[in-house]
Every structure is written in structure tokens, then in C-alpha cells.
Design a binder for this molecule. Structure first.
Ligand SMILES: Nc1nc2c(ncn2[C@@H]2O[C@H](COP(=O)(O)OP(=O)(O)OP(=O)(O)O)[C@@H](O)[C@H]2O)c(=O)[nH]1
Ligand SMILES: [Mg+2]
Length: 396
């Protein structure tokens, strides 16, 4: 994919319609500003991932958050000590597989590591722990138990992730269930006890059987995402919704209110009808701000490898198209001014088109490097705006 220029884009409104109509250029500053505001307001979700060497920690992270968030590899441990990886909304504390045979116990190592993490800035503090154990191990070792207690004592929510689960499939119903090893482990976890049969406390909040790679494919990951979201502190939930790559509905649920707020703002801006000649001045900033926020929710610049600037350019082209005067005039009853219902219908249609585009990019179905022609497919059509108007009237 070719990397477009990341030069500041000051004259985005260069498509044929606006040239023809000699419209004022649309300023994409609101897109950039709102995109940054959204990204900042979402905070960061910090995952601590702990488990023995080769249990599948990196594979799990890659499956949930996308490739290259943590390195995977066979053979020697790829991860040494504690590593912190981060991008804007996601931080990962990757703990090395704790080896037996040093003078310190694994729980001592862990305590020291946690103490070190507590000295880091507030936005790096651990939100949720995935404590990973091979499903084939059948039970937790005393070292595992003391580490889990150490984590719980620090007030950290611990998800016990059984990794590399093999699944048996019911040939008639197609339902999948963990094989005998994993089932035995899960049964033991229901009422953990030591070798002598004495009950012991294992303070984990959830147990999730998973597989993240290998011949049987990925399973249990949606459950892991749902439980992790539940356990995440309030201030880290949105960041987690954005950082995870498995659930589109989690993102859409964040994008919809952004669109609703912009639609209301557009209606408010047009309470006194806006002359069509001035529509782009009044409405474009609202629409571009909305688009910037939605793009941040879909982490569009990460997923598409386009700069935020280049995305702002596409947004401005779509907005320019939606606001083109000739276009407004085609809407029956719109006349020479834009009233509140036309303003909100236009904004809602633009928002829906933009969410559609973001989702296509997110799913890898659109190549944004073809952006020069892209706006034609994603700017709302007269039909779509007209339909929105009718929907709004019907809802009243
Ligand atoms: N069959 C199967 N293989 C898996 C699964 N998850 C990971 N693997 C494989 O196990 C190997 C180790 O996986 P990693 O994800 O690198 O393990 P890790 O825990 O990050 O390892 P270190 O960083 O070395 O501690 C890789 O070859 C993975 O492809 C799984 O669910 N099933
Ligand atoms: Mg690893």
C-alpha cells in the first residue's frame, strides 16, 4: 500500500463538485482536534499477562488485540524480564515465564515486578491480569497459587486463562467443549484443594478456557474479551473496547452516541435556518469533528496505515460532497435555507456513511490508498438523506 503524504492538508476541497460550485474550502482542523480529544479521553487499558514460557501468552495477545502487539516465537523465550509495549489505547505488561531454580521464588519475582510497575505513571497501571496456564496441566502448582494470591492482594482483577485447550466437538450439534484434560482442570478449579484434599483459596475472578493458535483454531476469545471488559476499571473500559479487535459491536456502541451528539448539534446550529451559501461554515466543523471521533474509535490510522491528516482529507471530501449546494437543492422542500431537520438528516447520513467506511477499513475490506476516488462511494446520496428526513418525520 502506498503511503500518502502526511503534509498538513489545508485545501482539501478539491473534488469536481466543489470546484464547479466554487465553494469555500473546508477546514479539516475540527477533524484533527476531535480525533485527538477522543483518543485522549479514552485513556489506556493496561493488560498484565503472566504465565510460563511458551504457554501461548503472545499468541493470545495477538489474537485479541491484533498482530504485532507482542512477538510470538518458538524455542527460546522471546520475552525476558518484564516488558511494556504500548500504543495509544493499549499497554501490555508482558512478564517473563518464571523459571524454577533461582534463589527467589516466583512470587518474590512477581512482587518485585509489581512494585516496579507501581512507580510508573498513572496511565501505565495494570487494569486486568491474564494469568495463563496450560490447560493440559490439570491443576495449578503451589507457585501459581502464591502468585495469584499476590496479584489479588494488590487489588488486581485476575482472569485465569487456560491456554492451548483442545476441544471435542459434538458431531450432531456441532457444539464444542474442552477435552478431558481441560475439563478435569475446570472441575478442580470449581473447588480447589491440595494433595491432601484440604480446600484452598484461589482468588481468581474468572476462568476462561481458550485456544489462540494451532490446528483447532481460535476459541474462547469472545468470552475472554467480554469478561475482561467487565473486570476493567471504568476509566479503562473505552480504551479496551477500542483496543480489542474481536468485537465490532463494542466499537459501534461507542460510535453511535458520537453520531447522535453531532446530529443534535447540527439541528441546534440550524434552529435559525442557515442560508445554503453558509452551510459548510456552520455544519462542516460539526460533521468533521464527528468523523474525527469515530475514526479514533476504529483506530483508523493504525489499521489503515494512513496518517490522521490523510484521513481528515477523506472526511473533508465526504463532508464537502454532502454539503454541496447543488446537492441540497435536490432535496425536496429544502429550499434555499437549511433548517434543523435537513441539517440533522445530513449529519446523520454522513455519520452512517463514515461508520460504514470505518468498519470496512477495520475489517480489511477497503484500501484507503485509493482515497482519491473513495469519497464517491461513501458520501451520502440524495436518496439516503431524503430517507433520513422521512425517518425523522415518521419518528416525530
Ligand atoms: N496448538 C496450539 N498451539 C498454540 C496455541 N497458542 C499458542 N500456540 C503455539 O505455542 C507456541 C508458543 O506460543 P507463544 O504465544 O509464543 O507463547 P508465549 O507464552 O508468549 O512464550 P514466551 O514469550 O516464550 O514465554 C507457538 O508456536 C504458538 O503457535 C494454542 O491455543 N494451541
Ligand atoms: Mg511471548
Amino acid at each position: 500500500m502506498s503511503q500518502p503524504s502526511s503534509q498538513p492538508f489545508t485545501q482539501p476541497n478539491t473534488h469536481p463538485t466543489s470546484q464547479l460550485l466554487n465553494e469555500p474550502p473546508i477546514d479539516n482542523t475540527p477533524y484533527l482536534a476531535e480525533s485527538t480529544t477522543q483518543r485522549t479521553s479514552m485513556g489506556r487499558f493496561n493488560l498484565a499477562i503472566i504465565g510460563g514460557t511458551g504457554v501461548g501468552k503472545s499468541s493470545l495477545v495477538n489474537a485479541v488485540f491484533g498482530q504485532d502487539r507482542a512477538r510470538t516465537g518458538l524455542g527460546l523465550p522471546v520475552t525476558r524480564g518484564i516488558q511494556y509495549y504500548t500504543n495509544s489505547t493499549l499497554g501490555i505488561w508482558d512478564f517473563e515465564g518464571f523459571e524454577i531454580g533461582t534463589s527467589l521464588t516466583p512470587a518474590d519475582h512477581l512482587r518485585a515486578g509489581l512494585a516496579e510497575i507501581r512507580t510508573t505513571p498513572a496511565n501505565q497501571q495494570i487494569s486486568v491480569v491474564w494469568y495463563c496456564v496450560l490447560a493440559q496441566s490439570a491443576r495449578l502448582t503451589p507457585a501459581d497459587i502464591s502468585m495469584i494470591r499476590e496479584l489479588a492482594d494488590q487489588g488486581l482483577p485476575v482472569v485465569l486463562v487456560l491456554t492451548k485447550v483442545r476441544w471435542n466437538r459434538n458431531v450432531i450439534t456441532g457444539a464444542r467443549k474442552p477435552d478431558d484434560d481441560a475439563t478435569q482442570f475446570l472441575t478442580w478449579l470449581d473447588a480447589p484443594c491440595d494433595e491432601n484434599g484440604n480446600p484452598i483459596s484461589v482468588p481468581v475472578r474468572r476462568v476462561i478456557p481458550t485456544s489462540a493458535a494451532g490446528p483447532q483454531g481460535k476459541h474462547g476469545l469472545s468470552e475472554l474479551v467480554a469478561e475482561t471488559l467487565t473486570l476493567a476499571p471504568e476509566g479503562a473500559k473505552d480504551a479496551f473496547r477500542v483496543a480489542q479487535r474481536l468485537s465490532l459491536p463494542l466499537k459501534r456502541a461507542m460510535a453511535r452516541p458520537v453520531m447522535a451528539a453531532a446530529t443534535a448539534a447540527a439541528a441546534a446550529a440550524a434552529v435559525t435556518p442557515i442560508p445554503v451559501i453558509a452551510d459548510s461554515v456552520a455544519l462542516a466543523p460539526i460533521q468533521l469533528g464527528m468523523m474525527g471521533r469515530i475514526a479514533a474509535i476504529y483506530e483508523l490510522e493504525i489499521k489503515s496505515m494512513l496518517s490522521t491528516q490523510a484521513l481528515a482529507q477523506i472526511a473533508a471530501q465526504i463532508t464537502g460532497k454532502a454539503l454541496a449546494r447543488s446537492f441540497i437543492k435536490l432535496i425536496p422542500g429544502a429550499g434555499s435555507v437549511i433548517n434543523a431537520s435537513v441539517a440533522s438528516a445530513l449529519t446523520a447520513s454522513t455519520g452512517e456513511a463514515w461508520i460504514r467506511l470505518c468498519e470496512q477499513v477495520y475489517m480489511g475490506k477497503v484500501d484507503l490508498s485509493t482515497m482519491n476516488s473513495l469519497w464517491k462511494d461513501y458520501a451520502p446520496t440524495v436518496m439516503q438523506v431524503g430517507k433520513k428526513l422521512l425517518e425523522q418525520r415518521a419518528a416525530k
